[in-house]
Design a protein around this ligand. Structure first.
Ligand code: NAP
Length: 288
């Protein structure tokens, strides 16, 4: 069993850290809002610390799952950051969805201290984290990956090394690019069905047996028809992710017409007050 630390007990981090402790890896957590760290130790055991560096001290693996690039810099670097507490030979795993540039920057900072680094964004959402069935897309060195993989297995159903540092984040960008157009397409289809006077549930029951089927269709059509978005993956996070993907696309020469358009639709949802609504709230823009 490996001594681990987990920094960031949000929707995703709280249950992920819980799986580590439950699997027998002694886990020390840090959360900016201390009450959440207290609640975590009450529920799961383990321990909590006052700074990321203190949580990371003595840990073989240190996981981060915070918000955006700057949040990761704050908890990873600096005098109280996780890296300051980590020993040579230990491994830093960043589960936050960030830019590939940040992943390469952290990889370099870790190398200078003899620490291994993996960028390891996840997909599968809150339910995936709670049920321990996330998909993890990893960038880094194969040797470091092989050491971390058995521990990452405790909250995932698939963990795959995609290439060197940054490759995990690039893979996650592909995931978000595919998702954006798909959710808009589903919203337009449901809106059209309702405006045409069809029974939208019955329509989905039929077309979900054919080529239009998707995870979003299976898991989100009911709540979209009911106009309920108080669950799932927040619009603010999706805008962050699309922003990162659009920036990377400029660098690598990709043309993301639909992703850019859907990003502007999500900006409209934010203007409607939907920052924390689920991404399926694109439906709210459409007459139905
Ligand atoms: P969340 O519920 O908003 O939690 C964010 C966590 O990060 C909280 O523990 C927060 O601490 C901490 N944090 C944020 N900024 C910080 C800073 N500057 N310094 C210290 N701590 C900071 O977010 P989440 O839904 O768990 O998502 C976390 C990451 O996973 C994001 O990058 C997101 O894009 C990605 N992700 C999320 C999902 C999903 O379905 N939710 C799915 C895949 C990937 P406080 O408690 O003090 O605010």
């Amino acid at each position: 069993m490996s001594k681990t630390a987990f920094v960031g007990l949000g929707v995703m981090g709280f249950p992920m850290a819980g799986h580590l402790q439950a699997a027998g890896h002694p886990t020390c957590v840090y959360n900016r809002t201390g009450a959440k760290a207290e609640a975590w130790t009450t529920e799961h055991g383990g321990s909590n610390a006052a700074t990321p560096a203190a949580a990371a001290s003595g840990a073989e693996l240190v996981m981060l799952c915070v918000g955006n690039d700057n949040d990761v810099r704050q908890v990873a670097l600096g005098d109280e950051g996780a890296l300051a507490g980590m020993a040579e030979g230990s491994i830093l795993v960043d589960h936050t969805t960030t830019s590939a540039t940040l992943a390469r920057e952290l990889d370099q900072a870790c190398r200078e201290r003899g620490v291994g680094f993996l960028d390891a964004p996840v997909s599968g959402g809150q339910a995936g984290a709670e049920n321990g069935v996330l998909t993890i897309m990893v960038g880094g060195d194969p040797g470091v990956f092989n050491r971390a993989e058995p521990v990452l297995d405790v909250y995932s159903k698939r963990v795959r090394l995609m290439g060197p540092a940054g490759a995990g984040q690039l893979t996650k960008m592909v995931n978000q690019i595919c998702l954006a157009g798909l959710i808009q397409g589903l919203s337009e289809g449901l809106s059209f069905a309702m405006n045409a006077g069809l029974d939208a549930r019955s329509v989905v029951d039929v077309i979900s047996q054919g080529a239009a089927q998707s995870w979003q269709m299976d898991h989100r059509h009911e709540t979209m028809i009911d106009d309920f978005y108080d669950h799932g993956f927040a619009v603010d996070w999706m805008r962050k992710d699309l922003g990162i993907a659009l920036e990377e696309a400029q660098r690598n020469g990709s043309k993301l017409d639909v992703a850019a358009l859907v990003d502007s639709f999500y900006a409209e949802i934010q203007a409607m007050g939907g920052n924390r609504w689920d991404t399926s709230s694109l439906m709210r823009r459409l007459p139905h």
